[in-house]
Design a protein around this ligand. Structure first.
Ligand code: SF4
Length: 217
């Protein structure tokens, strides 16, 4: 897809959607990212599960555990019970404790600020890293989850099979002025309009720019 079309897509999305801090985003209203500690733990819990389940786990966890030190020291069985709403809770409990130990013992309690260091933490992959860099450290990264991956590939902005490959390409082709909020606009369009099973092409503001050959018109 040529650069003019890509810019046009972002121009439309940026006027269609608000950014998360302008809306009643459920992560914000439930305090899931009110501190860097909560941001990192919430994002680690959110992988391969729904937002609703993540919120329920966080609501149970944060009144009991408020720092990496407390997370490192909590009994693993108790942690499992607290985060049980999310998928893969056993593995996530192990990773959260390991990640906390890495931060306390190797990094003086500081969350690392580079992609390479963030990805060295237990349970933190590319998507979580890009979310942390974008939302906590104010970097112009674009986190790619399943909704963003599906949308940009259907549109024809990217032609990639994995979310990681999509993130690499998207980072190169997205104009600088749109990078900071690209994730927020793309995810809203992917979740609300370009739905996985039946995309709402008749309601889509990007229909004239979309290269998907199975549009529902
Ligand atoms: S036209 Fe359809 S397939 Fe293309 S982006 Fe819009 S909803 Fe998705």
């Amino acid at each position: 897809m040529n650069q003019n079309k890509i810019s046009k897509i972002y121009e439309i999305l940026s006027t269609t959607y608000q950014t998360f801090d302008q809306t009643d985003d459920e992560w914000m209203t439930n305090g899931l990212s009110s501190t860097p500690f909560k941001s990192l733990v919430s994002v680690a819990l959110s992988t391969m599960t729904t937002s609703k389940r993540t919120i329920n786990a966080c609501k149970a966890l944060y009144p009991k555990v408020a720092s990496f030190e407390e997370l490192m020291n909590i009994d693993e069985a108790e942690l499992v019970q607290l985060i049980k709403p999310v998928a893969h809770y056993n593995r996530k409990a192990k990773n959260l404790k390991k990640m906390s130990r890495q931060i306390i013992e190797d990094r003086n309690g500081e969350i690392p600020r580079t992609a390479e260091e963030l990805m060295s933490l237990a349970g933190i992959g590319r998507k979580c890293t890009d979310i942390m860099l974008n939302f906590v450290f104010d970097e112009p990264t674009i986190a790619v989850d399943t909704h963003v991956h599906r949308l940009v590939n259907r549109l024809g902005m990217v032609n990639a099979t994995s979310a990681e490959e999509t993130a690499n390409v998207l980072s190169k082709i997205t104009p600088k002025e749109y990078k900071k909020h690209a994730h927020e606009w793309l995810i809203q369009h992917g979740m609300n309009i370009c739905k996985a099973r039946v995309p709402k092409c008749q309601e889509c503001t990007l229909v004239d720019l979309c290269g998907y050959d199975r549009k529902k018109l």
